[in-house]
Each structure stands twice: as structure tokens, then as C-alpha cells.
Design a protein around this ligand. Structure first.
Ligand SMILES: CC(=O)SCCNC(=O)CCNC(=O)[C@H](O)C(C)(C)COP(=O)(O)OP(=O)(O)OC[C@H]1O[C@@H](n2cnc3c(N)ncnc32)[C@H](O)[C@@H]1OP(=O)(O)O
Ligand SMILES: N[C@@H](CCO)C(=O)O
Length: 356
């Protein structure tokens, strides 16, 4: 297996592992000079048997919790919390193809220029392959738990199917066994919006900042509606005018778009969205049921009752296919898909159930 070397970040919490060998992708291509950024909380025991892997969603990153800036799962990670850092060594890598420290299209290739359009198409399996080498480099033979929501859940289930003996418990949140036609359809106008922005330049815009921020902003507006629920938008915004010619809900989406383009790269958005479209645990494995039957981890599957993007039927399929998973757990929330980030109290209860 590939090892790695560690590079610290003296100014902050983030560290990096650089893979010693090029990563072999599902396509057969080789991706050289892969590095994975990560953060950790708590301390490993001698055998590292207390290591827990937390996998972030599309625009998340390695900063899942403080100290310092708030993290995206602060409610779950820390001393005395569901992922109790007095007991567990919590590891959160930035996904391969991302833009918050790990190798992605904005990274500099061997010729000194950004990868841009030369960056290869990735699958969720490629991302998990990189994470497996990353775990090897950290000296973690198996995870006490692998947890993920949304795109993080896609990687978590791939981990448990590809490396059954390395995943001892598994929490899958608001994710599918395979991307559906509906999910690929929602992604299509997002990808089209980015590619239609003249600043996209076929993905080779990195020498002309800020790049296709208009297209990325439109993509986020489309996506954000799918991340929330119709009743929430109705109750929260209704037909209220913003007072500047926009409806309040339009202003809200404009704000979400402006926030994302300040922190996210359009090239990564395209690569990661296509990777999610590729997601199918059953591909080449005799179908979804056959693939899920490989899982050895004690598993909890949870979905959100108001999730219109990854509906409960998809988590029911996962729960029915994974041996011993039992019934799907339901997060009750008005917030739609984003509830896996917002309803940390309910998610904590499922993490505690998982970890016993
Ligand atoms: C903490 C971090 O760094 S997270 C980084 C990684 N991020 C992720 O992994 C996920 C990305 N984030 C998200 O998806 C969301 O921010 C969530 C799900 C985490 C949080 O959702 P919520 O707390 O429900 O936030 P919500 O959707 O209500 O948005 C609130 C924002 O909308 C703004 N807003 C509300 N109404 C309006 C309006 N009419 N016009 C303009 N803006 C509005 C609020 O002022 C607030 O702005 P702020 O975020 O700049 O403070
Ligand atoms: N709000 C989440 C939704 C995708 O799961 C994100 O931006 O990553």
C-alpha cells in the first residue's frame, strides 16, 4: 500500500499527507502528486483503534469543529459530545478534487500551472481510494467509525463496501446507494450555469481571477433550493418583498450564492458534482444489493423526513441492504437536506446509538 509523508501547517490546525505514488483512478489514469489536507481532534491510542473518520459534504472541508473558527459539525465533535474527543481520535480530510487544501483542479501541476481542464474526472471510488492511502499514511488499519452525510455519506458507504474489514461502525446520513436520475438532473443546470459563464474558459481560468463566479453563484442558488424544504421557504419568506425589487427569498439565495463564491472554486464544484453523479455502489459489483451485502460494519442509516434531494426511500434502500442495519432512522426537521448539518441534536443521538 502507498504510504505518505506529513507536512504540518505551523499557522493553523490543518495538516497534509502527500501520497508517495500516483493515485490509480477507476478510469485507469494516474493522478500524480496527490495530497490530502486534514484536521484532527482528540488523541490516538497506541494502536489507533479509537480513530474515527468524518467525511464532509459537497462544499464542506476539514474544519468540522473548533477551536478557532466555528466548524460545520461543532455540535457533534468535542469533549463530552457525541464524538467525544476525550475518547476518540477524530480525523476529517478534505475530499480529493476539493479546494480547501487537498489536490483539485486549482492545484498546481508539475509544469507550475493550475491543473484546470487537465484535471481528470473523478469518481467517489477514486476519492475513497485516496482516503484509504491517506489512512495508511496515518497508520490507521481500521476505523472505529466512518460517518458521513450527503456526499460524505456516499464516500462512507463506498468505504464500507470497498474495505469492509476497515470500517467497524458506519453512520450514513441523507445519502443514496446510487445517484438517481433526479439528482443528476438537478446537477445538470448547475454544471451548465458554470460552463456558460464566459469566465469559465473551459476550466482554464486560474490565471484570470476571480473566474466564473456568476456561473458558480447560479449553481449554488439552484442547489440551495434543493437543500431546503418548500414548507420552510414558505414559512420563512412567503411572498415577502425584500424592499429592493427582489422577493426576500431571492435575496436569501443571492446571499447564499455570494457566500459560496467567496470560499469555493468553480472547478472543484464541477469535479465534485460529476463525482457525485458517478456514485453507484453497485457498479461492477452485481448491483446495489450485492454490494451492500458486503458491509461488515455495525450500521445506522438515517434520513431526513423533509429531504427532497435525497429522499427517505434512498436511505430505506441502504438500511434494507446492509446486513443488520435495522430500520432507517428519521431526523424530523423542517429544514430539508441541510438538516444533517443543522439538526445536530438528533444526529448526535444516532451517533451515540452507533458508538454504544
Ligand atoms: C461554519 C463554516 O465554515 S461551514 C463551511 C462548510 N460549509 C458546509 O459544509 C455547509 C455549507 N453551509 C450550509 O449549507 C449552511 O450554511 C448551513 C446548513 C450550515 C447553515 O444553515 P442555516 O443556519 O439554516 O443558515 P440559513 O440557510 O438560514 O442562512 C442564514 C444566512 O442567510 C441570511 N439571510 C436570511 N434571510 C435573508 C434575506 N432575506 N436576504 C439575504 N440574506 C438573508 C442570513 O443573514 C444568514 O447570513 P449569514 O450566513 O451570512 O450569517
Ligand atoms: N449545504 C451542503 C449541502 C450538500 O450536502 C453543502 O454545501 O455541502
Amino acid at each position: 500500500m502507498t504510504g505518505g509523508w506529513h507536512e504540518g501547517d505551523p499557522a493553523g490546525r490543518r495538516r497534509w499527507v502527500s501520497l508517495r505514488q500516483p493515485l490509480e483512478l477507476e478510469s485507469g489514469d494516474l493522478l500524480p502528486d496527490v495530497r490530502i489536507a486534514y484536521e484532527t481532534w482528540g488523541l490516538p491510542n497506541v494502536s489507533k483503534s479509537n480513530a474515527v473518520l468524518v467525511l464532509h459534504a459537497l462544499t464542506g472541508d476539514s474544519h468540522a469543529a473548533g477551536p478557532g473558527e466555528p466548524g460545520w459539525w461543532d455540535g457533534l465533535i468535542g469533549p463530552g459530545k457525541a464524538l467525544d474527543t476525550n475518547h476518540y481520535f477524530v480525523v476529517v480530510p478534505n475530499v480529493l478534487g476539493g479546494c480547501q487544501g487537498s489536490t483539485g483542479p486549482a492545484s498546481i501541476a508539475a509544469d507550475g500551472k493550475a491543473w484546470g481542464s487537465r484535471f481528470p474526472a473523478l469518481t467517489v471510488r477514486d476519492q475513497v481510494a485516496a482516503e484509504a492511502h491517506f489512512a495508511d499514511a496515518l497508520g490507521i488499519p481500521s476505523w472505529a467509525a466512518v460517518l458521513g452525510g450527503s456526499m460524505g455519506g456516499m464516500r462512507a458507504v463506498e468505504w464500507a463496501v470497498t474495505h469492509p474489514s476497515r470500517v467497524r461502525t458506519l453512520l450514513l446520513l441523507a445519502c443514496p446507494a446510487a445517484a438517481s436520475a433526479e439528482q443528476i438532473a438537478w446537477a445538470a443546470p448547475q454544471l451548465a450555469a458554470i460552463r456558460a459563464d464566459p469566465a469559465w474558459q473551459d476550466g482554464d481560468y486560474y490565471s484570470s481571477p476571480p473566474g466564473p463566479v456568476a456561473g458558480l453563484g447560479i449553481a449554488r442558488r439552484i442547489a440551495h433550493v434543493t437543500y431546503r424544504s418548500e414548507p420552510e421557504l414558505a414559512a420563512r419568506f412567503g411572498r415577502t418583498p425584500q424592499g429592493d425589487g427582489r422577493f426576500a427569498v431571492e435575496s436569501y439565495l443571492d446571499h447564499q450564492a455570494a457566500k459560496l463564491v467567496r470560499r469555493f472554486d468553480a472547478g472543484s464544484y464541477v469535479v465534485l458534482t460529476q463525482a457525485m453523479n458517478s456514485h453507484d455502489v453497485g457498479r461492477g459489483r452485481g448491483g446495489i444489493a450485492a454490494a451492500l451485502s458486503r458491509v461488515q460494519a455495525r450500521t445506522v442509516v438515517a434520513g431526513i423526513d423533509s429531504d427532497r434531494l435525497y429522499p427517505l426511500s434512498q436511505q430505506i434502500e441502504l438500511a434494507q441492504g446492509i446486513p443488520g442495519a435495522g430500520d432507517v432512522r428519521v431526523v424530523n426537521s423542517p429544514y430539508g437536506h441541510d438538516a444533517f448539518l443543522i439538526e445536530t441534536g438528533q444526529v448526535s443521538a444516532y451517533v451515540k446509538e452507533l458508538l454504544g
